[in-house]
Design a protein around this ligand. Structure first.
Ligand code: GTP
Ligand code: MG
Length: 286
């Protein structure tokens, strides 16, 4: 628990710094179920996830899937032994989320990527994330930490359509250890952020492992917006990476649970709703 060590001795709970209506899960669920992109050129929003190794990118996809289905799923493979050194996801993969009946899917998809690592030639190349945002990388591509995809690679898409491009960029950060994000990782993440800004792609942060970061949140996830430690973490990410505070969404991913939980779902759906809203705005401006 990286966060536990730097936690101040003072009262760990402060006045609630963001209001969330814990009882509104059903409304958020309905919003997601009813959502259809207005722009008829776009059948589905593409949400591109990136972030440090082991931050919980694959787990977030599973958590969204679980919250929407009402039972725990683990389609995107995760790695419990993933402390820091080696990324578990190496292939680019798109995840559709089943809406109930066979062959029916929600009109949004997640692209899972390899983790970012501080050291050069470790983790995903920043250039590959940029190319992926522009729609140039096809599903199944095995990321190479040493060099970006070449234009003659069979997984290179030479003429991406609007559907191939990313419509929202989500940066996933481990809330229990982001205080120790090294400078090189921060630099890489800022490069991704600048590239997305230049393309006009909306960006938000999903801050994971809030349960590991704060004991009070571990005992009751509803303490998230009263946790002094989480507030400090959100402020720090905003300062270090340049995200506005209202673009940072703390979540607890499903990790050890065998059943879904109302409050955990509420945080996941709150982040998902914002992801959909941002993507919808983006595709309508095109
Ligand atoms: N307690 C807790 N554990 C989490 C949370 N999110 C992820 N984990 C665990 O952290 C580990 C790494 O998660 P992954 O989803 O594999 O992380 P990733 O970002 O996909 O990692 P790479 O593919 O290696 O870049 C797994 O053991 C997860 O179960 C969370 O919110 N709380
Ligand atoms: Mg992964």
């Amino acid at each position: 628990m990286g966060g536990g060590q730097s936690k101040p001795a003072a009262d760990p709970l402060i006045a609630e710094w963001r209001k969330i209506r814990w009882g509104q899960k059903e409304e958020d669920l309905q919003f997601v179920k009813d959502y259809q992109p207005h722009n008829k050129e776009v059948k589905q929003l593409r949400v591109l996830l990136h972030g440090p190794i082991g931050a919980g990118k694959s787990s977030f996809i599973n958590s969204v899937d679980s919250a929407l289905r009402g039972r725990i799923t683990d389609r995107a493979k995760t790695d419990a032994a993933n402390s820091s050194s080696k990324t578990f996801t190496t292939k680019r993969r798109i995840y559709k989320i089943n809406k109930g009946g066979p062959g029916t899917f929600y009109p949004f998809v997640f692209t899972d990527t390899m983790g970012i690592e501080g050291a050069e030639q470790h983790g995903i190349c920043v250039e590959d994330i940029k190319l992926d945002m522009k729609g140039h990388i096809k599903d199944g591509y095995k990321f190479n930490p040493y060099c970006e995809i070449s234009e003659d690679d069979q997984y290179y898409n030479k003429s991406p359509t609007l559907e191939d491009k990313a419509h929202v960029l989500v940066c996933v950060i481990d809330g229990s250890s982001s205080s120790i994000l090294d400078d090189e990782s921060k630099r890489k993440m800022r490069r991704v952020r600048t590239a997305a800004r230049d393309l006009g792609i909306p960006q938000l942060v999903v801050l994971t492992k809030i349960d590991e970061a704060c004991k009070e949140v571990q005992s009751d996830v509803k303490n998230v917006y009263k946790s002094k430690y989480i507030k400090e973490m959100v402020d720090k990410i905003s300062k270090d990476l340049g995200f506005p505070l209202n673009c940072i969404f703390p979540v607890k991913n499903y990790a050890s649970e065998i059943d879904t939980n109302h409050d955990i779902d509420s945080l996941i759906l709150c982040a998902l709703k914002q992801i959909i809203d941002s993507g919808e705005n983006f595709v309508n401006q095109l």
